[in-house]
Design a protein around this ligand. Structure first.
Ligand SMILES: Nc1ncnc2c1ncn2[C@@H]1O[C@H](COP(=O)(O)OP(=O)(O)OP(=O)(O)O)[C@@H](O)[C@H]1O
Ligand SMILES: [Mg+2]
Length: 443
């Protein structure tokens, strides 16, 4: 893909802007100029198809503040800073924030061209990689398997794509059944290690002795290669990391420290213990926690994913229906409300389980989804989560949804809705007024 790269030039001095722009234009760049940082921010965003050259000292927002803003918008954007003569601390600070390079005034124009060339080359690579990644995520299996479009899930997808490419180890945390193991696989699949081994072991499943030998060898009994060797160049996934004993934590730390940078083998640690008041940080020695937690992914609980709950239910119910050769059960307003408001302590895994049982029930022609959800969630605690909201709010949301659904089905026929919900006309009118519902919207 060859596209002409832009160079955005930001300088408060008109003459300076014009001369840099002219020089770079002569070298074949597509330039644009901005008289202030504020103005530049209106024209430059994430995925900007080019690079930035900015003066540091400007009235209003200065070059350093601009650099920080640009780095937070798109940390892969090359920004070349122009510093005053002898302004070394400033240049050092700019590089620390993430500048591509700096030029000291007065600068040699050829050096400017050369820098701009290198910066645009890198920019092109970055943008191509991003496009590839998007293609992968659009067409690829990852997005198909990871159901959900709630903001929490969209963020998770972004994180997976970003961290899949990043170096450093990853720590995954979240309630049971939220998809931690699935995400560990996804991280491996979208990154450069995809062709290498993904080796997984639970730190809670073995005694210290056996786990130590399985992980690091030597395994005299079986003569097997230790897992760190098997995973070499790929991903070593450590489930139940919180169960790792102090002695093995020390060995893991040594292994990690010997990896170099970027690490040859990536460690993805998963925390599965959620005893109240205890975090994975409490379970690990600080230096190990720091290394493992170079990147962290926290999976959102199912109850925080809103409508995704229904999408997930329909997706899995559909799959099971196909598997069992029957129709998927229909979910009405009542069932939807129940699904949306259950606490789901077992998260996605629990929901999949209920979807399967609902399909089996439907095949027999008996039972309701409602009773399944109620029974399953009641056994595990309170029937409805309140997430700190007053009960009244839930009751109202539920009532509103039921009336709305009913009005829709009966195309605004007040009489039919009164009958179905067993409501006197006056009460229905009052409720519709309370929820700002207009009959005309349903006709
Ligand atoms: N976003 C999602 N879309 C579709 N399926 C999902 C999603 N998240 C999880 N699942 C499915 O839910 C089940 C549980 O996921 P997974 O095993 O990854 O959870 P976990 O957090 O590792 O659970 P545990 O804490 O028990 O180890 C799996 O069958 C997985 O495929
Ligand atoms: Mg798991």
């Amino acid at each position: 893909m060859t596209r002409v790269m832009k160079v955005a030039i930001i300088d408060d001095e008109q003459d300076m802007r014009a001369s840099i722009s002219q020089w770079l234009a002569l070298s074949g760049f597509d330039t644009e100029t901005f008289g202030s940082a504020e103005e530049a921010l209106k024209g430059i965003g994430a995925d900007y198809p080019g690079v930035v050259v900015s003066d540091i000292r400007m009235p209003g927002m200065d070059g350093m503040a601009l650099l920080k803003r640009l780095m937070s918008l798109d940390s892969g954007l090359p920004v070349i800073m122009i510093t005053g003569h002898g302004d070394v601390p400033m240049a050092v600070e700019a590089m620390r924030i993430g500048a591509f390079d700096f030029l000291e005034k007065p600068f040699n124009p050829d050096r400017m061209t050369e820098l701009a060339k290198r910066a645009t080359q890198q920019r092109r690579l970055t943008l191509d990689n991003r496009a590839l990644r998007r293609e992968l995520s659009d067409a690829g299996t990852l997005m198909q398997r990871l159901v959900g479009s709630s903001p929490a899930m969209e963020r998770l997808r972004e994180d997976i794509l970003d961290l899949g490419q990043a170096d450093g180890h990853v720590l995954i945390d979240g309630e049971t059944g939220t998809g931690k193991t699935m995400v560990a696989h996804a991280l491996h699949a979208v990154g450069p290690r995809a062709g290498r081994r993904f080796v997984s072991i639970s730190c809670a499943a073995y005694s210290e002795d056996v786990l130590g030998r399985r992980l690091f060898g030597p395994d005299g009994e079986t003569g097997q290669q230790p897992l760190v060797g098997e995973a070499r160049g790929g991903t070593l996934c450590l489930e139940d990391i919180e169960a790792l004993t102090p002695a093995l934590q020390a060995r893991l730390l040594t292994f990690i420290n010997d990896q170099g940078s970027p690490p040859e083998t990536r460690v993805v640690a998963i925390c599965n213990d959620h005893a109240p008041d205890r975090t994975v940080e409490d379970a690990l020695r600080p230096d190990l926690f720091y290394r493992l937690g170079a990147h962290k992914i926290l999976l959102p609980p199912l109850r925080a994913r809103g409508e995704d709950i229904l999408t997930l239910f329909n997706r899995y119910a559909g799959q099971f229906a196909e598997e069992y050769g029957c129709d998927a059960p229909e979910i009405g307003a009542m069932e939807a409300a129940q699904l949306l408001q259950a606490p789901w302590p077992g998260n996605v895994r629990q929901l999949i389980n209920i979807a399967e049982r609902a399909v089996l029930q439907a095949r027999r022609g008996a039972g309701s989804i409602t009773s399944l959800v109620m029974a399953d969630n009641e056994a595990a605690g309170p029937a409805l989560t309140t997430e700190g909201k007053p009960l009244k709010e839930y009751v109202e949301a539920f009532e509103r949804m039921l009336i709305d659904n009913c009005m829709r089905r009966h195309k605004g026929s007040i009489v039919a809705v009164m009958e179905e919900l067993c409501l006197p006309r006056r009460t229905l009118n009052e409720k519709m007024a309370k929820y700002a519902m207009q009959r005309a919207d349903y006709l």
